[in-house]
Design a protein around this ligand. Structure first.
Ligand code: HEC
Ligand code: HEC
Ligand code: HEC
Ligand code: HEC
Ligand code: HEC
Ligand code: HEC
Ligand code: HEC
Ligand code: HEC
Ligand code: HEC
Ligand code: HEC
Length: 586
């Protein structure tokens, strides 16, 4: 909700003096707390006294905390629908709902009730009483005071405009006014960094000019567009200034708009998001109207002797969903509650964490590897009589070379007969003793044959074939291996259009979201659908669930789109080069 808050500062006979401020929030909170949208003081006011929110049907609802006293048009209420002209009383204070104001969802006028001391000060009696006893007449006093105000609030800080040194000096002095004085409020917390410090000029590059988006992207170089640059909506979005959505000096309002209306303005309107062309459904609220998640699935596609991975989108509501990583895997066997059988007959009960561990950011899972997560149980031994000898994991050519080497060496230094051999039985050849040695070509032929048989076995029936899809190439080119391990690509980001972090959900069992225990094929898709999220996450008008707005789960600046700064820099190519830029632009 975009709220206009009109704080009454004084009341003339006919006129009203007031100060307006804007606040962006989904819920306008009222209470004694400093974080409240409307902060009111008084002994009978609670920290969180009442709140006003927009309901799904568009009406405004006032809700008082269960122990708080609130009157609406003179009657005590707890929950009520508001309409313009309504008067709310909270303690000594009066809040009036104003007629609709263009650009605002809610306009409210706040008249602070006064204590006796304040009432006297405000009425001017205090000054009157004192002035009677001095030589200063009332008009002189007024002149004097206004000159002091002019000097302190305007002329002194203005000096800062002429010299950055003076400006800096003034800003560092606690008791002298500086240009901070004019500021509409403190900088957003995010901008209170050492590099910005008190240097207003990083943003206010030109006096009496609006802060330009260019000033913002000179630091924020990594900001991305929201829509592709060739989209019809691109121009409209990139014409917006950063400050249309990011309000500086508006604390306690946030610098980032978090209200849902910013997003639903377009996303609730099929035309505004080009639903027909983009294929996106309209979205109004996570709980009430949000489409089923569409997963990004990877599919291998074989073309021109090469495998390319195509990303395809498919809804979690479409069954059956399948994905092919080219790795074989059976969750059910590995997660057998009795455990899997290890060499030597022992059993080990496995858990998800044996293979899936959160990455450093706590968002997704770290990729698993054969060496790290599988090899302890799945050895790459190929010769039953030499269980310690393994082929290296990976490149087929290297595996074949290893086998060749192994069997050639064996053939040359050993008598081959003890093994399954097709070579004629011979007496073992011992060093220093001359005997009938096998002809070298026979030895090599044996070695080659053994290597081939073993290769056929590990690629087509056992070792590599356990986990991989292996293709046999019927007529390999010279120098090309006879087998090809189909490339493996494990999808690591199924929902790239949202931000999801496992760390936030440590209290939920893995299996509440992923039905892994029952899956026998790696092609099963184990991703949760929207219903499982809705058990806890509601929309912004939800009372019983987490109040989740679009920006809780989505980014606006989409890293898969182009950079904002390149577009802006293109747009301002004609900007004159400033003196201090000349040297750096060489
Ligand atoms: C991070 C950028 C940034 C910094 C740093 C910054 N401002 Fe601002 N300021 C803005 C933006 C954005 C606006 C609102 C739009 C505008 O008027 O250009 C603004 C508005 C203002 C306004 C109101 C002008 C108006 O037109 O509404 C004043 C006064 C002001 N700033 C003073 C200061 C002073 C004094 C400092 C140094 C202490 C400062 N600003 C530092 C970004 C900044
Ligand atoms: C002098 C460099 C500089 C300039 C100029 C600047 N910023 Fe920032 N901005 C920062 C730094 C540093 C941070 C804090 C670190 C971070 O979160 O990336 C920040 C944070 C932010 C954030 C993140 C707030 C959050 O809660 O995460 C927003 C939004 C933002 N700036 C918008 C703007 C806008 C809009 C302008 C122009 C009016 C602007 N910035 C100008 C340096 C700058
Ligand atoms: C149409 C509204 C809109 C405009 C225009 C816009 N932003 Fe944002 N920006 C958002 C929203 C919403 C978020 C919070 C969601 C997110 O993190 O992407 C955000 C987040 C940010 C953040 C903090 C998130 C982060 O990735 O660190 C920065 C910094 C930022 N914007 C800078 C800018 C700058 C600089 C410009 C101008 C060139 C700009 N924005 C223009 C809506 C906007
Ligand atoms: C000016 C209209 C407009 C506004 C405002 C807007 N969007 Fe969008 N959004 C679009 C359009 C158009 C697309 C489709 C882009 C495309 O063709 O890929 C889109 C796409 C998206 C997507 C899908 C991302 C993708 O391309 O895969 C998400 C998620 C999204 N918006 C979230 C948000 C959120 C969150 C906000 C509020 C912070 C927001 N949008 C505000 C117009 C808007
Ligand atoms: C022995 C190792 C191992 C264990 C234990 C294991 N996983 Fe997996 N997991 C894998 C492998 C391998 C894949 C990749 C399958 C593929 O190629 O798609 C995978 C993929 C996944 C995926 C994404 C794949 C998809 O299709 O959605 C999820 C989710 C997942 N596992 C959840 C779990 C959960 C939950 C547990 C515990 C109940 C668990 N896993 C236990 C090895 C394991
Ligand atoms: C704690 C030991 C252990 C670990 C670690 C392990 N496995 Fe297994 N795996 C086994 C056992 C035992 C079997 C035989 C199960 C059976 O046939 O009942 C097996 C069987 C398999 C099978 C064949 C399943 C079938 O359909 O017969 C594949 C494929 C497999 N594992 C892949 C992997 C992958 C990939 C990893 C690493 C991410 C891995 N395993 C980690 C013990 C393990
Ligand atoms: C227990 C299961 C398992 C066995 C057995 C296994 N691998 Fe793998 N292999 C994997 C996993 C898991 C990956 C992906 C992660 C990685 O690179 O470690 C992989 C990746 C590969 C890759 C890279 C594929 C790509 O596209 O990035 C090649 C090549 C490969 N293996 C070859 C082999 C060969 C050759 C054998 C037999 C000697 C073999 N693997 C045996 C599990 C296995
Ligand atoms: C609790 C988290 C959550 C909230 C809140 C949420 N979304 Fe989503 N949204 C998701 C997830 C997860 C996806 C699936 C993303 C993906 O598949 O890459 C998604 C997908 C989308 C998509 C793309 C749909 C498609 O067809 O590909 C759009 C657009 C979108 N959301 C807009 C919004 C808007 C607008 C709001 C606010 C009214 C919102 N979302 C609130 C989690 C959320
Ligand atoms: C609240 C639901 C939820 C819970 C609980 C959950 N996950 Fe996930 N998991 C997801 C979602 C959503 C994704 C997709 C994230 C994405 O791609 O952006 C995902 C993705 C994954 C993936 C595949 C992508 C990746 O990160 O590599 C694996 C593996 C996985 N989860 C394992 C686990 C394990 C293990 C646990 C328990 C420790 C667990 N998940 C708990 C919702 C959940
Ligand atoms: C058992 C309840 C539960 C379920 C189910 C659940 N979440 Fe959450 N989620 C939470 C809680 C609790 C937080 C932490 C809120 C916080 O820290 O403010 C959270 C935080 C998040 C956040 C971080 C932003 C935020 O709101 O603070 C995202 C994004 C998110 N969840 C998405 C999802 C998605 C997507 C699903 C479905 C796959 C899901 N959640 C399912 C309870 C749940």
């Amino acid at each position: 909700m975009y709220c206009l808050i009109r704080r009454v500062t004084g009341r003339g006979k006919e006129s009203l003096e007031y100060r307006d401020s804007e606040l962006l929030t989904d819920v306008l909170t009222i209470g004694r707390g400093a974080d409240q949208g409307i902060s009111l003081q008084g002994p009978d006011i609670e920290v969180h006294h009442a709140r006003i929110a927009r309901k799904h049907d568009g009406s405004l609802e006032l809700r008082a905390s269960s122990t708080a006293q609130v009157e609406l048009n003179g009657k005590p209420v707890r929950v009520a629908v508001l309409s313009p002209g309504d008067e709310i009383r909270v303690g000594a204070h009066r809040l009036v709902l104003l007629p609709e104001q263009p650009g605002f969802d809610l306009a409210i006028q706040v008249e602070y009730g006064t204590t006796d001391d304040e009432a006297m000060l405000a009425s001017g009696d205090f000054v009157k009483q004192r002035a009677q006893y001095t030589w200063i007449s009332k008009s002189r006093l007024a002149w004097l005071l206004s000159s002091v105000v002019l000097l302190l609030a305007f002329i002194v800080p203005l000096a800062g405009l002429f010299s950055e040194d003076i400006a800096g000096m003034l800003r560092d002095q606690r008791f002298l006014p500086s240009d901070n004085f004019w500021s509409t409020g403190p900088l957003a917390t995010a901008h209170r960094t050492p590099e910005i410090g008190n240097d207003c000029n990083v943003c206010h590059q030109q006096a009496f000019h609006q802060v330009s988006s260019q000033a913002c992207v000179s630091c924020h170089r990594e900001m991305h567009h929201h829509v592709p640059e060739d989209s019809d909506h691109h121009a409209a979005l990139s014409d917006q200034q950063c400050q249309d959505c990011h309000k500086e000096h508006k604390e306690p309002g946030q610098i980032v708009r978090r209200d849902q209306a910013l997003c639903t303005d377009c996303h609730d309107d099929a035309d505004a998001i080009d639903a027909a062309a983009t294929g996106f459904d309209t979205v109004a609220d996570f709980e009430q109207d949000h489409p089923a998640f569409r997963l990004t699935l990877l599919e291998p596609e074989f073309a021109d002797g090469d495998t390319r991975w195509q990303a395809r989108k498919a809804g979690t509501d479409q069954a059956p969903l399948l994905e092919h990583s080219n790795l074989k895997f059976d969750h059910k066997k590995h997660l057998d509650p009795e455990g899997v059988e290890l060499v030597g007959g022992k059993r080990k009960v496995m858990e998800c964490a044996d293979c899936h561990v959160e990455d450093a950011a706590g968002a997704l899972m770290k990729p698993f590897t054969m060496a790290g997560e599988c090899k302890a149980c799945h050895s790459l031994a190929f010769d039953e009589q030499a269980p310690d000898r393994e082929v290296p994991h990976g490149d087929v050519d290297v595996v074949l070379a290893t086998l060749d080497e192994y069997y050639s060496k064996l053939a040359l230094e050993q008598n081959p007969e003890v093994r399954r051999s097709s070579v004629r039985r011979r007496a073992p050849r011992r060093p220093g003793r001359s005997g009938p040695a096998p002809a070298p070509d026979q030895v090599l032929a044996w070695a080659e044959k053994e290597a081939n048989l073993t290769a056929e076995d590990i690629f087509e029936r056992s070792v590599c074939d356990t986990c991989h899809e292996v293709e046999r190439i019927e007529e390999p080119e010279p120098g090309e291996a006879e087998w090809r391990i189909q490339p493996v690509r494990i999808n690591s980001h199924w929902m790239p259009d949202a931000v999801f972090a496992h760390r936030d959900h440590a209290m939920v069992e893995c299996e509440d979201c992923h039905e892994a225990r029952e899956s026998e094929q790696s092609s099963d898709v184990l991703m949760p659908g929207i219903d499982s999220c809705r058990e806890c996450h509601g929309g912004t008008s939800s009372a019983a669930k987490l109040d989740s707005s679009c920006v809780d789960c989505h980014v606006f600046h989409n890293p898969s789109m182009g950079l904002l700064n390149t577009a802006l820099e293109r747009g301002v190519a004609a900007r004159p080069v400033l003196p201090n830029e000349e040297s750096s632009s060489q």
